[in-house]
Write a protein that binds this ligand. Sequence first.
Ligand code: 8IG
Length: 271
Amino acid sequence: MSDQTPYDAATAAAARLAELTGVVRHDVALVLGSGWLPAVDALGEATAEIDTTDLPGFSAAAVAGHSGKIRSIRCTDSEGSERNLLVFLSRTHFYEGKGVAAVVHPIRTAAAAGCAAIVLTNGCGGLKQGWQPGQPVLISDHINLTGTSPIVGANFVDLTDLYSPRLRAMCREIDPSLDEGVYVQFPGPHYETPAEVRMAGVLGGQLVGMSTTLEAIAAREAGMEILGISLVTNLAAGLSGEPLNHEEVLEAGKAAASRMGGLLSQVVSKI
Ligand code: 8IG
């Protein structure tokens, strides 16, 4: 089906998702980044869990500690109504080389499944003095250094207030100690050099990572309200005096799981 658009592919994936989960419509989507997996159990009981590869258009997870699963969770919102969460326990990264359409296919599938809002989480390096590994930070805006877009053609999508001021305020009501920062997406999969980290700072960034911006753009194109939360899992390269490693990322997630789980479950009930 070479003439199938990415939007058609997402509609097909959403239809299969509804069949496999028995949930006709999902309300809020979450994408869990590095270190966020331990927080998922706080969201509620799973109605269903499927492999991403059970849905058309998804490819297998590629990173240790990333699980290629999609969980459907039923919870109650702050007014007592039932709400269905669509949780992607992993993502496809730009650095996997599968193309931008593959990176944002889960986002478009969530939109096609009915989600009006999406929570994009990630693990990242932090630049700001005083930030500690294990600290969640709200994404206020982004700088996309991948040099590409998920949107093809003359569709000039506006990215003002891409990361919803309403949802950020909601998070700060839940946890007034939350800070926020500008997220800079590098292509990866290598981490930045210390000089590139300094460049990100000069450009106005405080968070450096390898995901999220392309997904946020696709989510905005699809009309979803977007919340972005980074878990600072490590100080950005050159700032700590130690080399970076993936294990510290997973450790930071475990250590911060209850704070992040509490934040996520409270905010999704209020969205
Ligand atoms: I977790 O320091 C994680 N992902 N680019 N830099 C980049 N990506 C990351 C980092 C980091 N930490």
